[in-house]
Design a protein around this ligand. Structure first.
Ligand code: SAH
Length: 219
């Protein structure tokens, strides 16, 4: 079973995503375990402090090294071979091909969610990779972590219904987008399903889908 541990100050943010739909099913079926590690529990002093002002001045707060370090070590003690990943706008841009590699790799993940102005740089000693979900800045690494975990979990064998449904979809070859799809009814408010899809002619359907995929990719 794959093990994904997320180090966060806001574990409750994950309940909506981890406790519903495919994420929930994947855990119930024993394919993956999705856990949060509450950074607050590793905070310092009676107030469990986790953040402080940056040396050299500047706005905002940084996550302190000590609580973060302890949280990573705790997560590692539960999964020694896990890869440690920091969510960061300066990380490698997340792509479908990376989701595929991680899904196939079989290792556990420890994902660190930054907050405020980010993290004390010395945590990089424990970090194997940094990943970004795009060139914009969010208030924390929680949404990136959810996005990345979702994209990996749906590729794990047994999570999606059809065995091939993840193989022929958007970006599975790095760029091509999926063709348009339709389900019942055949006519809705005068809008018709393309005739070819009702023809039962598999060759023509495959050809139409290929053309539509190319069109979507170029557009
Ligand atoms: N001061 C930082 C931004 C901090 S945002 C800078 O200028 O780069 C706070 C935290 O949110 C970051 O530490 C990171 O964990 C997370 N985060 C924000 N945007 C992100 C993105 N595009 N991808 C991944 N993580 C992101």
């Amino acid at each position: 079973m794959r093990k994904f541990q997320v180090i966060t100050l806001f574990p409750e943010m994950f309940s909506g995503v981890f406790e519903n739909s495919m994420m929930w099913k994947a855990q119930k079926d024993g394919i993956v375990s999705l856990e949060t590690v509450n950074l607050r529990e590793f905070g310092l002093g009676p107030r469990r402090q986790v953040d402080d002002t940056p040396y050299g001045g500047g706005d905002g707060m940084l996550l302190m090294i000590k609580p973060l370090w302890r949280a990573v070590e705790f997560a590692r003690s539960r999964d020694e071979s896990a890869k440690v990943v920091l969510m960061s706008p300066r990380g490698r841009r997340w792509r479908q091909a990376m989701a595929r590699v991680v899904a196939d790799e079989g290792r556990g993940l420890i994902i660190i969610c930054g907050r405020y102005e980010g993290v004390d740089e010395r945590i990089m000693e424990l970090v194997d990779e940094q990943w970004s979900i795009g060139d914009f800045v969010l208030t924390g690494g929680e949404l990136p972590a959810m996005t990345i975990i979702d994209s990996i979990v749906r590729l794990l064998p047994g999570v999606l219904g059809g065995e091939t449904s993840a193989e022929i979809e958007s970006f599975s070859d790095g760029e091509t987008l999926e063709y348009p799809q339709y389900t019942r009814p055949e006519v809705f408010n005068g809008l018709r399903v393309p005739e070819v899809l009702l023809s039962g002619h598999h060759g023509k359907i495959a050809e139409w889908r290929k053309q539509q995929s190319q069109k979507a990719t170029v557009d």
